[in-house]
Design a protein around this ligand. Structure first.
Ligand SMILES: [Zn+2]
Length: 184
C-alpha cells in the first residue's frame, strides 16, 4: 500500500523524463498528437484535440489535463486520455499503441482495454525502480572509486620501495668506497 503524498519537484521531473519521451515517440513515430498538461478537463481536451486531429489528419490523440497534472504531482500516477483520429486505427488501437510506447520507455500502465477507460501510467512504480537503479549506480561508483584509490596507493608504495632500494645501493657503494680508502 502506498500513501498519497506530494511529490518533490525532483520526483516529478524524474517521472516526466520517460513520459515526455513516450509523448515524443507518439508524435514523431505514430502520427498521434500528444499533449502534457493540456486543457482544463477531459471534455474540453478531447474536443480541442479532436479538432486538431481532423485538421491535421492524424491517427489519434492522447493528453492529460491540468487536474490530472495536479493529481499526478500528489500521487505520482497519471491518467492518460486518448481518442481515435481520421485514420483506420480505432480508439482501442490508439490505446494499445500508447500502452506499448509507455512500456518502451520503461513506464508501466494499468488499462483494461476498453475504449472509454483512461490509461493509468504508474509513475510511482517507475520512481521506485528508478531509486533502486540509482542506489545501485551509486554503489557501483563508490566501489570503482575505492579500487582506483587503492591502485594509486599501491603504485605509490611500489615507487617508494624502489627509491628506498636505490638509496640502500647508493649508501652501500659509498660505504664500500670509504672502507677501501682506509685499507689503502
Ligand atoms: Zn473543461
Amino acid at each position: 500500500m502506498r500513501t498519497i503524498q506530494q511529490l518533490t519537484s525532483e520526483e516529478v521531473k524524474t517521472i516526466k523524463i520517460p513520459l515526455k519521451k513516450a509523448f515524443h515517440l507518439l508524435r514523431t513515430k505514430h502520427n498521434i498528437t500528444a499533449r502534457m498538461n493540456f486543457s482544463c478537463c477531459g471534455n474540453c481536451g478531447s474536443y480541442e484535440l479532436g479538432e486538431i486531429v481532423k485538421e491535421k489528419k492524424l491517427d489519434g490523440y492522447v493528453f492529460y489535463h491540468h487536474q490530472d497534472e495536479d493529481n499526478f504531482k500528489e500521487g505520482g500516477d497519471v491518467y492518460l486520455r486518448y481518442g481515435k483520429g481520421v485514420g483506420a486505427i480505432t480508439a482501442h488501437g490508439v490505446g494499445r499503441l500508447i500502452v506499448s510506447v509507455c512500456k518502451e520507455v520503461g513506464l508501466q500502465t494499468d488499462w483494461d482495454g476498453t475504449d472509454e477507460k483512461c490509461i493509468l501510467v504508474k509513475g510511482t512504480e517507475y520512481l521506485e525502480q528508478w531509486r533502486k537503479d540509482e542506489e545501485r549506480r551509486q554503489k557501483i561508483g563508490r566501489i570503482q572509486q575505492n579500487i582506483k584509490l587503492s591502485r594509486l596507493r599501491t603504485e605509490r608504495y611500489e615507487e617508494s620501495i624502489i627509491s628506498e632500494k636505490d638509496a640502500i645501493i647508493a649508501l652501500e657503494k659509498e660505504l664500500e668506497e670509504l672502507k677501501n680508502e682506509t685499507s689503502r
